[in-house]
Design a protein around this ligand. Structure first.
Ligand code: SF4
Ligand code: SF4
Length: 136
C-alpha cells in the first residue's frame, strides 16, 4: 500500500550539510517533493516535504531520519492564534520562516495568515503572552 504524507523535518546544525534526504530515494525508494526549506535563526534546518512510497519503505525511511537525529513532525498539527491573548508586540514577525505574520506599519497590528503556517512551532516559543497554540 502506498502512502503520501506532508511532514516537517528539523535538522540540528550538525546535520544541515549532510545529504540525508537524498538517501530517502536511494536507500528507501521513496519520492519526495520539497515544499519549503529554510534555516532558522538558531541555524537549525527546517524542511517541509511531501513524502510518498510503499508503507513499509515509508516507515523505514522515517525510522532512518529519526535515527540520524532529525526531528519529524506531521502536518496534521496546526497552529492557531488566541486573539484575546495577542498583544500585537510583533515578536513573531521576524521569527516565522514563511512570513505568516505581517506587521501593518500604519496600525501597528500584526496580521496572522494561517494558510502560510507550516506548524513549525517557532512562534509558540517566541510569543511572550503565549498567544500561539498548537492544536492536533
Ligand atoms: S508555527 Fe508560527 S513560526 Fe511556524 S510557520 Fe506557523 S506561524 Fe510561522
Ligand atoms: S508574538 Fe504573540 S503577542 Fe506578539 S504579535 Fe505575535 S502572536 Fe501577538
Amino acid at each position: 500500500m502506498d502512502v503520501s504524507q506532508r511532514i516537517v523535518l528539523r535538522f540540528p546544525r550538525r546535520l544541515v550539510d549532510r545529504p540525508i534526504v537524498y538517501r530517502l530515494i536511494k536507500d528507501f525508494d521513496l519520492e519526495f517533493n520539497i515544499l519549503k526549506a529554510s534555516v532558522t535563526p538558531e541555524e537549525e534546518g527546517l524542511m517541509v516535504l511531501e513524502l510518498k512510497g510503499e508503507q513499509k519503505n515509508y516507515d523505514r525511511g522515517i525510522g532512518y531520519l529519526a535515527d540520524t537525529g532529525v526531528r519529524i513532525q506531521s502536518l496534521s498539527q496546526t497552529v492557531t492564534r488566541n486573539e484575546e491573548r495577542c498583544t500585537q508586540c510583533g515578536a513573531c514577525v521576524t521569527i516565522c520562516p514563511t512570513e505568516a505574520f505581517v506587521l501593518d506599519p500604519a496600525t501597528r497590528r500584526v496580521a496572522f495568515d494561517d494558510a502560510k503556517c507550516l506548524a513549525c512551532g517557532l512562534c509558540i516559543k517566541t510569543c511572550p503572552p503565549r498567544a500561539m497554540e498548537l492544536r492536533f
